[in-house]
Design a binder for this molecule. Structure first.
Ligand SMILES: [Cu+2]
Length: 121
């Protein structure tokens, strides 16, 4: 009688175990596919200004200018914000996990210094 009750539980446990493993493998695959791409900050511009990347890619902003810059998404930095990057420094990598078009600018110099990241499938 006990065995009858335990069987469905055992089946459920086995199933969730299998699902857990496959979900983990997918997450690892997506991560290993992600590239690291560098955007250069120049005196008052980003190079490249417009960039297409894939879901899972990471961007690093490298400041080659003589002044401090930021890369801050136009939604007041809610999507991403590198914070201040001093001359000669780079941002920590920012990973893009969602599709979409993300416009950004420099908080210090305003929207005359702007760029766009398009994240595709
Ligand atoms: Cu700037």
């Amino acid at each position: 009688m006990k065995l009858v009750y335990l069987l469905p539980v055992a089946c459920a446990l086995t199933l969730s175990g299998v699902l857990g493993i496959s979900a983990g493998a997918n997450a690892r695959d997506a991560q290993s596919e992600g590239r690291a791409i560098t955007v250069t900050m120049k005196s008052l511009s980003y190079d490249p200004k417009n960039l297409e990347v894939h879901v899972g890619d990471s961007l690093v902003w490298s400041n080659q200018a003589r002044t401090t810059h930021t890369a801050t998404s136009d939604d007041d930095g809610q999507t991403f914000d590198t914070g201040n990057i001093e001359p000669g420094k780079s941002s920590t990598p920012i990973r893009f996990d969602k599709k979409g078009e993300f416009k950004y600018h420099c908080k210090i110099h305003g929207r005359s210094m702007s760029g766009t990241v398009v994240v595709g499938g």
